[in-house]
Design a protein around this ligand. Structure first.
Ligand code: ADP
Ligand code: ADP
Length: 229
């Protein structure tokens, strides 16, 4: 299961400008669909709407045909794994942060997820974060390292639906390739929505949607979109 559908979704933050002006697409169960588009097009907004962080003004968002309006947010969070652009970590060990969302996971599973995300060197450390008294003694993580913690968490959680929001954007090109491989492995057989700036990062998607001016302006596979320029 895990088919995600947006049907004619319209949305504005508060009473502001309409960000989405009737967006329709489907991510069939187990497939990968990428959304590309310029900064500010509303790509991240789409992923927030899938978690019901905001109410849409009209249209419908469904998972396996069920309107998410009738689904508890906790259930959505259990079913959807998110690797966000900016990861906020708990002020606890990296291992705790990886295990979050799957407290039943064994040590070995946590370590394997950390290895795939290439952070196995420091999973006992605490990220520098919220509370200074702990943070001062803690470890200062780069944006890329935080992103790898989120990736390890998602690998461990292995949810039916994945949202990867510029998941490798904060990584240097050397680690990006390895993490991309790990993400492709974890997304295999899972419904995956990839959010990206550039067409070049989403070659493997089954379908790519170009979001512009609040609508799906173009759709196709990578080769088709390249051919159309
Ligand atoms: P993208 O991910 O494509 O860069 P976003 O979904 O982040 O775009 O943002 C789309 C538009 O919505 C932008 O104009 C942005 O400034 C605006 N926006 C994003 N978040 C909020 C918010 N919480 N309140 C008001 N406007 C927002
Ligand atoms: P819980 O399952 O206890 O509700 P969380 O709310 O922290 O746990 O998150 C569960 C999943 O939702 C994690 O995969 C996490 O990455 C994702 N998530 C948490 N916060 C956000 C957010 N602001 N936007 C998108 N996804 C989120």
């Amino acid at each position: 299961g895990g088919t995600v559908r947006f049907e004619n979704v319209r949305f504005a933050y508060d009473a502001g400008r309409e960000i989405l002006k009737g967006v329709t697409f489907e991510v069939p169960a187990g497939r990968t669909v990428a959304i590309v588009g310029p900064s500010g097009a509303g790509k991240s907004t789409l992923s927030r709407l899938l978690f019901r962080f905001y109410d849409i003004s009209s249209g419908r968002i469904t998972i396996d045909g069920q309107d998410i309006r009738g689904v508890r947010q906790e259930s959505l969070r259990a079913a959807i794994g998110m690797v966000p652009q900016d990861t906020v970590l708990f002020n606890d060990t990296i291992a705790y942060n990886i295990r979050y969302g799957r407290p039943d996971a064994s040590e070995a599973e946590v370590e394997e997820a950390a290895r795939l995300a290439q952070i196995d060197g420091f999973i006992r450390a605490t990220p520098k974060g919220y509370r200074t008294e702990v943070g001062e003694r803690g470890l200062k993580l780069s944006g890329g390292e935080k992103q790898r913690v989120a990736i390890a968490r998602t690998i461990l959680k292995a949810p039916p639906i994945l949202v990867l929001d510029e998941a490798t954007s904060a990584l240097d090109s050397h680690t990006e390739k390895d993490i991309q491989d790990a993400l492709e492995r974890v997304s295999e057989g899972r419904t995956t929505l990839v959010i990206a700036h550039r067409l070049s990062t989403v070659v493997a998607a089954d379908e790519i949607l170009v979001l512009a001016e609040g609508r799906v302006a173009e759709r196709g596979c990578h080769a088709e979109l390249l051919a159309r320029g």
